[in-house]
Ligand binder design. Structure first.
Ligand code: FEO
Length: 392
């Protein structure tokens, strides 16, 4: 994508990756992504904010060439390679450029990339850098989503360069976000930010007194209405959950499917929102997305050999690793001749601070008494949701 002007002397010079469909060989990104990078021209000095994924180096270099700038400072908000991977190429061409970053980020960059120590300028929290008529302020925001993360605030024109913070995986030729970005931003939050919810809340507090006209993240479109995405983050990182049950499940021969279908109806009759997710057709990003607000997760699986189905193992592992604000968990499923599915699933959710709802593991197809037990499970969930005050 060609460079574009955000404000006078401030340019977007990053790259759109229309075709990328998986990130870190882990996260599915159905709408592609972008690696945003920015040029700020002061009266005396010019700064480049972050670089791009190494697969897109040529496009960034081409934009810089067309813009006809020299680079004095290369500000690195975060060491992960999708933003830092092009640094060595930049330093080869712009020989006077100095890498400006915090000490933790420098430590990581020095491990990942061949950057000589003398090329670094280390900044601390709140430190400023004068470009001549334009001043950058560096604000350390650790664990959004690595220990090195910081954001850079451009005084005067009030732009916050937030790197991964407030980002989204969306390839779009539109520079600025519309409200339809909400779900993409939420999915992105779920996939990489959610495990650090508590510290992200503190970092949001740290930014609350800044006057911000534009949030310019390093993935996805920019925000002309910063309150839109900041309020969304406040909601997602709060302790509040919604009157929602999610059911990640697999059914091999129909027994678990019958249990899921019955429980869904039983919960709906009791006024609870339910999201069944057949893991054969649901990507893990969607599972993560649905974990952001849910109060309850019911894991449902048939027995494969002696344990849960591998797709259920993956979803359970993911839920445990992402540490959502779930309050209640239960397990249900069926077996043919035995197994230890329940114990194995229980052993996989040790990072979740949840109450366990009475599980239900049955032999074969569900029978009359099993359906009664599913109604009891629905009663138990509904009554806990009432106690939590999320059913009005
Ligand atoms: Fe977009 Fe943490 O890198």
């Amino acid at each position: 994508m060609i460079y574009r002007m955000l404000k006078e002397d401030v340019y977007s010079v990053g790259v759109i990756d229309w075709d990328r469909r998986i990130f870190d060989e882990l996260i599915q990104i159905p709408n592609g992504t972008s690696y945003n990078s920015y040029i700020i021209k002061g009266n005396n000095k010019t700064a480049l904010i972050d670089t791009v994924d190494p697969t897109k180096t040529d496009e960034l270099l081409d934009n810089l060439k067309k813009l006809n700038v020299d680079i004095d400072y290369l500000v690195v908000n975060h060491a992960e390679q999708d933003h830092s991977g092009t640094i060595p190429d930049i330093l080869k061409i712009y020989k006077n450029a100095i890498v400006v970053t915090n000490s933790k980020c420098k430590e990581l960059l020095s491990e990942f990339l061949p950057i000589p120590d003398e090329k670094f300028k280390i900044v601390s929290d709140g430190e400023t850098l004068d470009l001549g008529g334009k001043e950058l302020e560096f604000i350390i925001t650790p664990w959004v989503h690595w220990p090195d993360t910081m954001v850079t605030y451009l005084h005067d024109v009030k732009i916050l360069f937030s790197c991964d913070f407030f980002g989204s995986h969306r390839a779009s030729s539109d520079l600025f976000a519309c409200e339809d970005i909400y779900m993409a931003a939420k999915r992105y939050y779920a996939e990489i930010m959610m495990p650090f919810r508590a510290i992200i809340r503190k970092n949001l507090e740290k930014l609350k007194n800044l006057e911000i006209d534009i949030i310019a993240p390093s993935h996805g479109p920019l925000y002309k209405n910063p309150a839109f995405i900041m309020d969304a983050y406040k909601d997602w990182t709060s302790d509040n959950t919604k009157n929602e049950v999610i059911i990640p499940y697999i059914s091999m021969h129909g027994s678990t499917q019958r249990m899921v279908d019955y429980l869904v109806n039983s919960l709906v009759e009791r006024g609870v929102s339910v999201k069944p997710m057949n893991l054969t057709y649901t990507d893990m990003g969607e599972v993560a997305l649905n974990l952001v607000d849910a109060t309850t997760m019911v894991i449902a699986s048939p027995t494969v050999l002696t344990g849960p189905h591998p797709s259920v193992v993956y979803a359970t592992y993911l839920a445990n690793a992402l540490r959502p604000k779930l309050k209640l968990v239960s397990v249900m499923g069926s077996y043919g001749w035995g197994g230890r599915m329940l114990d194995q699933i229980r052993g996989m959710i040790d990072s979740l601070n949840v109450e366990i709802i009475t599980p239900l593991i049955i032999k074969g197809f569900p029978k009359e008494e099993d359906y009664k037990k599913l109604d009891e499970m629905a009663d138990e969930i509904t009554s806990k949701h009432k106690i939590l005050g999320i059913i009005k």
